[in-house]
Structure formats: C-alpha cells, structure tokens
Write a protein that binds this ligand. Sequence first.
Ligand SMILES: Cc1cc2nc3c(=O)[nH]c(=O)nc-3n(C[C@H](O)[C@H](O)[C@H](O)COP(=O)(O)OP(=O)(O)OC[C@H]3O[C@@H](n4cnc5c(N)ncnc54)[C@H](O)[C@@H]3O)c2cc1C
Length: 831
Amino acid sequence: MTALFLVLLIFSVLLLAYYRIPLLISIAILAGLTFAFTELRHFYEIPAWFRWSLGIATVSLAGFAIKPLRRLFISNRLFSVYRKVMPKLSSTEREALEAGTIWWDAELFSGKPRWRRLLRQPAPRLSEREQAFINGPVEELCLMLDDWEICEKFQDLPEPVWQFILENRFFSMIIPREHGGLEFSAQANSAVVMKIASRNVTAAVTVMVPNSLGPGELLMHYGTEEQKKYYLPRLASGEEIPCFALTSALAGSDAGAMPDTGIVCKDIFEGEEVLGLRISWDKRYITLAPVATLLGLAFHAYDPDGLLGDNTDLGISCALVPTGTPGVEIGNRHMPVGAVFMNGPTRGKDVFIPMDWVIGGQQCLGQGWRMLMQSLAAGRAISLPSLGVAGGKMASLLTGAYARIRTQFGVPIGSFGGIEEPLARIAGRTYRMDAARTLTLIALDQGEKPGVLSAINKYQLTEGNRQCIIDAMDVHGGKGIVLGPNNYLARAYQTLPISITVEGANILTRSMIIFGQGAIRAHPCLLKEMNAVSGIANSQARRNFDNALFTHIGFSLSNAVRSLLLGLTGGRMTPAPVTGPHAKYYRQLSRMSSAFAFMADSVLVLLGGRFKFKEKLSGRLADVLIHLYMGSAMLKRFEDNGRPAGDMALLQWGMEDSLYTIQQSLLGVIQNFPVPVLSRIVRLIVFPFGLPHTGPSDKTVKSVAQILLSENESRDRLTDGVFISDRDDATGRVNKAFHLVLEAQAAERAIRNALKQSVNFENYEGLVKRATESGVITEEQATMVRLAQKASALVIAVDDFPPGAGAQPLSPLVRAQPAVPEDTDKKTSVA
Ligand SMILES: Cc1cc2nc3c(=O)[nH]c(=O)nc-3n(C[C@H](O)[C@H](O)[C@H](O)COP(=O)(O)OP(=O)(O)OC[C@H]3O[C@@H](n4cnc5c(N)ncnc54)[C@H](O)[C@@H]3O)c2cc1C
C-alpha cells in the first residue's frame, strides 16, 4: 500500500508538470486531492504521510503563487546574481537578435511542439504567373547555358546570356511590380534560383545576388521615396547592375568590425556646397562588383566635427554609390574556384558623397547593421539554400541514373550494397533539404523574417549539398574526376566551398549563431530575463524578472519531467496529430524536443554568460535544433504531398538519420556536461533505457536506393523543379541513356539467362545477333539493347585533350565517342 501511495503521489506531481498545468490550477488540484484523501480516510486506510505530503506540496506551491513572498525570498536575491552571469550583448549582437522573427523554432524550444499548428500552414505553391516564368524564360535561359563553354572559353556568361537575364528582369524578382519588378513570392524566387543552379552555378549566383541582400532589398525596406522612385525601376530593367560591399580584409565573419569609414563633412557637389560624407573603403570578394554600376557600400560613419549633433560615433551605415563616381575603384576580378561569376575588390579613398546617397537618408545614418541583419534574416533562407537543394536534386537524378547505367562485374553498380549506401544518403538528404527549404519559404511568404531558421537553412542545405556531391563523386569514380564537357559533376564539387563560406561561414553559423541566437530569441523566457536585468534595477525590472524567472522554472521542471516520462514510455505518452506508420515520428520528435529544451536550459543555467565561449557545446545543441527542424519539415512535406506510399522510405531514411543525429548530439553534450557529476543524472533523465535510435536500417537504405535506380513518381517528386536536359549534352545524355537502359533491361536479362553472358557496350552486337537468331529476343528488343548500349557508352566516355591544351580555352569534345566494336550495326542511330 505504501508503494502504491508513493507512486500515486509522485505521478500526481509529475503529471501536473508534464501537462504544464498552470500554477493556480495545480494548487487547486492538489488542495482538492488533499481534501478528498483526508475525507476518504474515514472509509479506507490512507496513510497519514501521504495526506501530509499532498498538503505540504499544496502549501509549497501556494507559496510560489504569492508574488511578494517569492520576490522577497527568491527572485530579488537572484536578480543581482543574474545581472553578473547573464551574457552581455554587444549592440551589433542585440541588433542581430532583434532583427529577425521567431516561428517554428519557438515551438521546438518549448519542448512541446504543437504539431497541428505546423500542419495547418499552407502547402507551398506558385502562382500561374510565377509558374509561367519558370516554364518560359527560366527554361529558355537554362537551354542557353553551357557550363564548359562558360567556365573554359568565356570565363564569364556569354553576352547573349547577360542580355537575356537583364531583358527578362531576372534581377527584379524581389522588386514590386509598381516599380517594374517581377514581385515574386519567396517560393518563386527560390524555384528560379534552384532551376538555374541545376544547370549552371555561375548563372545562378549572378541572378541570385541582386535578389538577396543588396541595394534592391535595402531600398525597398529603408530607402527614401526619391531613392525608390529613381533606383528601383532602373534596377528592375537591368539599367543598373548592383552589388553590395560589406566584407573587407580585416573584417570577414566579424563584419561589424569593418575599418571602412565615412566622415560627415561639407563639400562641393555639382557646383553647390552640400552636407555629405567622405568615404574610404577597401572591400574584397564582392560579387558582381567588376560589372556593377551601383555599389551598395557599408561603412562606419563618424561625425568628428559635430555637424549633426553631439554623437561623434554614428555607427554602421549603408549608401548607394554609382560606380562612375570619381574615386571609385572597381573592375578587377577574383577568380572563385569552379565558377566564373563576376567577383572582385572595390576601393575608394576620401570619395565624397552627398547625404541623400545614404540609404534612407541622413536619419538612417548608424542604422546600417540593423538593416543588414533584417535583410539577411529573410534573404539567407532563399538563395544559398536553393543552390544547395539544386545540387542535391541533380546528384540524386544523375547519380542514380549513372549507377544504373554503369556496369562492373557484369551488373549495374547500383546493385552493390556499398553503392546503395551513398545513393540512399544522397536521396534521403535531398528529401530532407528540400522539405526544409519549402517550409522556411512558407514562413517567409507569410511575412516572417525567421533569423534562426534562415541560419539553419543556410548552414544545413549548403552542408547537405556538400555531402551529396561528395557521395555523387564517389559513385561516379573516374568519370566524376576527369574534367571536360562530358563531366557534369566536377564543377559542382569545385564550387562547394563558395556556398559554405558566404553569407555567414558555416562553422561560425553552426557554432555561434544557430543555438546562440536561438536560445535567446526563441526561448520563451531567456530574453525577457536578460532584458529585465540589463537595464536600471527598479521595481518594475524586478517584477519583470520575477515573472520571467518563475515561468522559466516551471518550464524547466516541466521539460525535465516530460523528458523523463517520454523516455520511460518511448514517446508513447504524447499524442501524434496523424495516424499511420509515420505517427511515431511526431512522438519521437516531441520527446527529443523536450530533451533538447531541458538540456539547453541546464547548460545555460550552469554556464551563464560563459556559454558564449563554449562553441563545441553550442554546435552540438545547434545540431539538435537543426534536426528537430528538419524532422518537422519532412513530416510537413509528407502530409502536403498526400502521404504517398512511395515516399515512405525517403521519410524513414530522413527521420531515422535525423533522430540518430539528435541523439548523438545530445549524448555529446551529456558527455561534456559543464558539471561532470551531474551528467549521469541528466543521462538518466534523457535516455533512461539507453539510446533508442540506430539510424536508417539496411532495408530502408535499399528501398531508398531503389527510388534513384528506376523511373518512378517518388524520384520525380524528389527532383522536381530542376532543369532536365533532353539535348545531346552531358546531362541530356545521362537522362536519355537511363531511360533506354531501363527499357532494354528485360531484353538484356533474357540474353544473359539464355547465353550466360552479360551485355556491355563492347560485346553487345555479337550477343544481340545470336540472341535474335535463336529467338531469345525480338528485333524490336534488339534495337532497344543496341540503343541502350550506345547511349551508355556515351555516358561512360570521358574527355581527353591534345598535349598543351590545358592553358588554352579548350576545344570542344575531342574524344567522347564510345569504343564501338567493328561489327556495330552502323544503321542504328544514337542521336
Ligand atoms: C565567392 C565569394 C563571394 C562573396 N560575395 C560577397 C559579396 O557580394 N559581398 C560581401 O560583402 N561579401 C562577400 N563575400 C564575403 C563573405 O561573406 C566572407 O568570405 C565571409 O563572411 C567569411 O569571411 P572570410 O572569408 O574573411 O573568413 P573568416 O572570417 O576569416 O573566417 C575563417 C573561418 O573562421 C570561422 N570563424 C570566424 N569566426 C568564428 C567564430 N566566432 N566561431 C567559429 N568560427 C569562426 C569561419 O566560419 C571560417 O570557417 C564573398 C566571399 C566569397 C568567397
């Protein structure tokens, strides 16, 4: 009986915490239970200690509900401790934090994500006008792009391509229609960049830069009416080519430390003395700078002579400087690896600009960092993530096809277990990346500027692309390594470091930004506590602190309890918003979200302000948050697509891999817990029965690989939105050969079974003749086999060049002809 009552007591308290019952209701419930059991003692044997324990619990909770009492004994004392230990935010950090909004990240930080809210979000869609642009001008542009010619012959986009991009207003996707722009949704902007990137990175970067952080974006949000009226139509029509210069040699990741200055002064401009700034800068790595006509410039403004007031240090500011202005140095090129988009340095010394060239005018002097961070919070979720997903989709499409076309040891290499693994990784990662891309775009199209989620997307989708391309290279072997027009992978491989580095280098983004900003911004209480203790210590601040602190305590206790109970029940205690085999993933993510919230709180409380310098812990917690988000995105995608049975293996791979990563990252935090003696207790709370996740099973890996090795709807959905060539070019030949090989597989199998020899592009003619003559295959099947083998030979071919050709623009395909045996049927066309 004692044990029973003990369990009853513990569970009553745990359940109140698990369900986050508000304090006053919890007190009422406990008081009711105390009264009920006190009365029941007349009829049943109810131990006194049990009734007393319930009573004590009720009174203790009631004590917490009396605010003056708890302020006196608890929160006022902790107030000064918090003032010391809370991380101090620099002004640039605060502006970065306040720039963005929070969205699904807040649900993940809550430890109790409301799944129905996620599923209620609209499914991604494009308008007819947007779809028509993608089917029309984007398709046409892709057809104009020849990667080999662009990189080797022109080292630039050819003139007709530039003209086409400008005339069709590709640079104006974010500019409103009233100013002549295309005014596309974030979904459409991303779809355009993704499709172009699937054909050629140089063109994609060229198009995406004016549509992300730069003059257009800044003008729309902060420009004066005159600036908007003048520049936006010119930017939309391509009359102006913009670039944005933030980075300098001294200040890369730490862009806020830029040494470039603007000194407020008066000078003669167009014959009149006007107020303005004398700017000096030395910027590098600026995309489009060599061809730009309009330079967006970030600099630190000072007013040493007090021309504007008492404040001499005005802060980071942004201006628009026409590149024809005397003193502007522009035109030299950097050569980024693997791509030839325009990129270069720009310099200027004491260049005078009138005040109305400052974006937003004089009143926006010093507002530059906030402007940049706000624009980055949105733009970072579009361009580079779209480029990353394009890489994943192309890797899926082409690597699966190549693994089916290429045979070794008499069978397609895709049938080897060792090859199935990278194939599954490519497909699974692409599914996950695309899900995250579209989910974040849904938020953007609702007007959100989700700073943390955009950092997650930038980091994870560029990193995911890197992993996909590396796996694709391995599967292709030498075919991926030897450069030439026949190689459709190596450029993507070469350019990987670009997207990893720009718009927030990935190491910094993972180890500093994602969890660091997320913890403060998306946590339900932390920012409130920090705000309360950072200002003047008056009674209002103390009251605010008290409210935030006690909400935080309740939240932490609840997450510890949720973590333990969900661990003990394997997540079964929490409901899923759907039924079916994938419902378990909602439960597992809820469980991990509680564990994450509990661990994050524990680490933050134990480390206080020192947390900022614990990047390894922050990086691991970032991984957890990233995969909670990726998991959510995959579940949403699965629903939006109508739960297609064929995609189940992709969902399984993605979810199992994400859950495993979450588990291992939490384990890494536990093993390196700031107070080692507590790590065992924390482990017991988070993983009471050991580690539940093992990653994707071999069966799942095989099923996912099969999706890439045949033509099917799941493969189409996975790679939707990329450019699929049907031409006689490198990727067109793969698409064609893949189709022909699949068509011919029944005939080839029949030949192998009958003649005990596998067909390949060296021996097929003889085998086909014998098989036709002996009636093993029909004439029609013979043609299929011939076509498939010839097409395969073209795919497998690599390029070679005459000696000394390396330094020159190389001649087109020198020898990409299949080694066709003498007895080939010359009448069968490969075209
Ligand atoms: C091809 C290309 C195009 C570009 N286009 C533009 C453009 O149009 N406009 C523009 O203004 N800039 C542009 N950039 C600049 C780009 O944004 C910077 O390269 C980037 O911010 C990183 O700066 P950095 O290269 O100086 O590296 P660094 O800042 O020197 O960083 C080196 C490494 O240290 C890591 N690191 C730095 N700080 C931390 C930290 N606190 N914790 C952990 N790791 C850290 C970084 O993650 C990185 O891995 C471009 C760069 C390239 C290469």
